[in-house]
Design a protein. Structure first.
Length: 363
C-alpha cells in the first residue's frame, strides 16, 4: 500500500489534486506551500474535530511558516446556515485575509460546504483547501466544488460551485469516527457502485467485512476509487448541466427526508441510503430495474448498518418536501434511476402516483 495516492480532478485552469494516504494532516502546511500562494489562513472547523486534530494541523502550518486564525463553527447539520457563514466573514476580516490567503476546511461535509461557500464569496473568491476528516467528506463532499448551506425548505438551496485548490484526505483521521458516521459515509460509496461501476460494487460486496472494520488497505482503495469516479464525472460536467446529476442518485428522496426531519433526525448518508432504495424501487415499478438488483443493493446497505426503510414517514409529506429539489424544472421533478447495478438514467417525466406508490413501499 502506497503512503500517498493522488487523484487528479481535470478542470483546465482549475484542476487540482486529491491526496489520499496516511499521516497527511501534519504535512498540510508543506502541501499548501507547494502551491505558491499566500501564507495567511483561516482554518474552519468544529469543536470536536479541532480537539482531535487541531494540534497536528497547527504543527503542519507552523512548520511551513503560516500565520492562521481558527474559526470554530457549531457541530451539526442544523447549523449549516447563512448565519454560520456570516461568522466566517467576520473572522476572515479579523484574520486579515487577502486574495492570496487561504480558507482551510478541517472537518466533515458540513464544515467543508460552509467553508467553501465562504471562500467562494469572501472578496469574491480566495484560495480554498479541503481537509476532510469524515469518510463521507473524503469520498464525496470535498471533491467537485459544490459549496453552500441549507434553507429550512430545502437542502443546499443557497450555494456556489467553487473548486478547492487541493484536497488532503488523511485516512488515519477516520479511525476516530463513530460507527454511525462511518456507515453514513459508506452510503455515498455504495452510490458510486450503483451509478458507475458494477466491479466497484462487487469490490464492496467482497470486502464488506474489512471495510466495516476499517482495515487500512481496503479503506484506502475505496476512498481512492470513489474520488476517481467522482473526479471523472465532475471533469466532464463541472456545473451539473447534464451528467453530474447522476451523483444525485437517491438525493431527491434523501434531501426530502432530511428537510422533513429538520436536519436533525437523519444523517445525510442515512437519508441517501433510504433515498437510493426509494429510487430503485421506483425503477423496479417502472420496469427498468430487476427486483434482484434492488435486493442486492438492500443487502449491501444492510451489511453496512444503513437504513433501507423510513418507518413513520408520510409519503405525501415527503413528496411536498421533494418539490424543492434543484434538479426540478418548471414544477416537474427529475429522477436518477438505475437500470442495472453500475448504470443509471436521468428521467424527467414520471407519474406522481407511481412515485408515491414507490415511496409507500419503502416507508
Ligand atoms: N459538497 C458536496 O458535494 C457534498 C457531497 C455530499 C454531502 N455533502 C454534505 O455534507 C454534509 C454531511 O457531511 P458529513 O457526513 O461529513 O457530516 P458532518 O460534517 O456533520 O460530520 C459528521 C460528524 O462527525 C464528526 N467528525 C468529523 N470528523 C471526525 C473525526 N475524524 N472523528 C470523529 N468525529 C468526526 C463531526 O463533528 C460531526 O459530528 C451534509 O451537509 C451534506 O449535504 C456535500
Ligand atoms: O457532487 C455532486 O454533484 C453531488 O450531487 C454529490 C452529493 O452526494 C451531495 O450530497 C451534494 O451536495 C448534493 O447536491 P445538491 O446539488 O443536490 O445539493
Ligand atoms: Zn450526498
Amino acid at each position: 500500500m502506497k503512503r500517498v495516492e493522488k487523484v487528479k480532478v481535470e478542470l483546465g485552469r482549475r484542476s487540482y489534486e486529491i491526496l489520499v494516504g496516511r499521516q497527511l494532516l501534519v504535512q498540510i502546511g508543506e502541501s499548501l506551500a507547494t502551491l505558491g500562494k499566500g501564507r495567511r489562513a483561516l482554518v474552519v472547523t468544529n469543536p470536536l474535530v479541532w480537539d482531535l486534530y487541531g494540534s497536528e494541523v497547527e504543527k503542519g502550518l507552523r512548520e511551513a511558516g503560516f500565520s492562521w486564525r481558527v474559526a470554530i463553527l457549531p457541530d451539526g447539520e442544523e447549523y449549516k446556515t447563512l448565519e454560520s457563514v456570516q461568522t466566517l466573514y467576520d473572522q476572515a476580516l479579523v484574520a486579515g485575509l487577502d486574495r492570496q490567503s487561504w480558507i482551510v476546511a478541517v472537518g466533515g461535509g458540513v464544515v467543508g460546504d460552509m467553508a467553501g461557500f465562504a471562500a467562494a464569496t469572501f472578496m469574491r473568491g480566495i484560495n480554498f483547501v479541503q481537509v476532510p476528516t469524515t469518510l463521507l467528506a473524503q469520498v464525496d463532499s470535498s471533491v467537485g466544488g459544490k459549496t453552500g448551506v441549507n434553507h429550512p425548505k430545502g437542502k443546499n438551496l443557497i450555494g456556489a460551485f467553487y473548486q478547492p485548490r487541493l484536497v488532503v484526505s488523511d485516512i488515519d483521521s477516520l479511525n476516530s469516527l463513530p460507527e454511525r458516521e462511518w456507515a453514513a459515509g459508506l452510503a455515498e460509496v455504495v452510490k458510486y457502485g450503483m451509478i458507475w461501476n458494477e466491479f466497484f460494487f462487487e469490490f464492496l460486496e467482497q470486502n464488506k467485512e474489512g471495510i466495516w472494520q476499517r482495515q487500512a488497505q481496503p479503506v484506502q482503495e475505496m476512498v481512492k476509487a470513489s474520488c476517481s469516479i467522482k473526479a471523472q464525472v465532475v471533469s466532464q460536467d463541472e456545473q451539473e448541466q447534464g451528467l453530474r446529476a447522476i451523483l444525485n442518485f437517491g438525493h431527491t428522496f434523501g434531501h426530502g427526508l432530511e428537510a422533513l426531519g429538520q436536519y436533525r433526525e437523519w444523517k445525510h448518508g442515512e437519508a441517501v441510503a433510504v433515498g437510493m432504495v426509494m429510487a430503485s424501487r421506483l425503477a423496479v415499478r417502472a420496469g427498468w430495474l430487476k427486483e434482484a438488483a434492488l435486493e442486492r443493493l438492500e443487502r449491501l446497505l444492510t451489511a453496512f448498518n444503513l437504513p433501507v426503510r423510513a418507518p413513520g414517514v408520510d409519503p405525501e409529506a415527503l413528496w411536498q418536501a421533494m418539490l424543492y429539489d434543484k434538479k426540478g424544472e418548471e414544477g416537474r421533478l427529475t429522477f436518477i434511476l438505475p437500470d442495472r447495478i453500475g448504470g443509471v438514467k436521468i428521467v424527467k417525466e414520471l407519474d406522481r402516483q407511481l412515485i408515491l406508490a414507490a415511496i409507500a413501499e419503502v416507508v
